[in-house]
Design a protein around this ligand. Sequence first.
Ligand code: KG4
Ligand code: ZN
Length: 330
Amino acid sequence: MLILSIETSCDETACAITENGNKILANIIYSQIAVHQAFGGVLPEIASRCHAENITIVIDEALKEAKVTIDKIDLIAVTEGPGLIGSLLVGVNAAKALALAHNIPLIGVNHLSGHIYAATASKAMIFPVLALVVSGGHTELILMKGHHDFQIIGKTLDDAAGEAYDKIARVLGLGYPGGPIIDELAHTGKDTYSLPRVFLEKDSYDFSFSGLKSSVINLVNQKKMKNENIIKEDLCASFQESVTEVLVEKTFRAAKEFNVKQVIIAGGVAANKGLRTKLINKISDVPLILPPLILCTDNAAMIGLSAYYLAKKNKVRSDLSLNAYPDSEL
Ligand code: KG4
Ligand code: ZN
């Protein structure tokens, strides 16, 4: 089954061609990071405009790179949510137009399911699977007993992990997006600042990063008031240690409790080198799937991979009433 997939939920305009839930023939990503950098974060109106300007370009490029023509496509998949409404609508409307013009079935895909299914490009899923989804908007531990069967066993009570990275980077004047910059700096520094690890109640799989964020902001403000220097590399190392220790510890415990056969990490923060190393060191009894970095941050291939299993399982098809759902859940 050849799938053309479209992803425009945030600030990446992306189109991919995938085959049978594991093969990626093309994965074109136009990142708007350079456009939003001047504002220190994503500006929704500008994001929608950029998507509208680039969507047809990425679709053409994906078909060209995969060396297929549109009449060979069996299914068109598109991210229907969650995400920014204006951004999602550009992708959904482009997908609907293609489906209508070429009489191809259409399917709406949840963005988070896409992040999880990025793993299938590396290895087929063996259930039960535990997925740690860590992105700019979500931090969740998800148990899967079958394809597209998601049980959220833990989630953040406040900030998402990526959001915390981006906020701390802003406070330290490091630029946007903060995750990759903090990750780099952390590797040149030492964990010398004593920051809290928030585990919540003993058995909880939930997360909380707002206390850690406040600790860092208070520390920076106190140092400023006393005219003392902050060693940014060390503070990044301490912050990264605190975030990754909690993520890895809870993932490890859940993998044991639910006796899973695979652990998957997904989402932009899954590109974090510190997190990947810690997971590899800690989780040795269960196969761990760490998707390549390009499939961790937003892309359309993951939407195509997810769509394949969704279409196979439910034979779900969307009609032209498909809409964008900014708050949709797994
Ligand atoms: O999954 P994603 O591309 O978009 C969302 O669905 O949110 O994730 C973006 C988030 C941003 O917060 C970014 O700072 C973070 O992922 N990120 C990282 C790294 N690369 C991207 N966070 C930590 N370390 C990284 N290397
Ligand atoms: Zn994402």
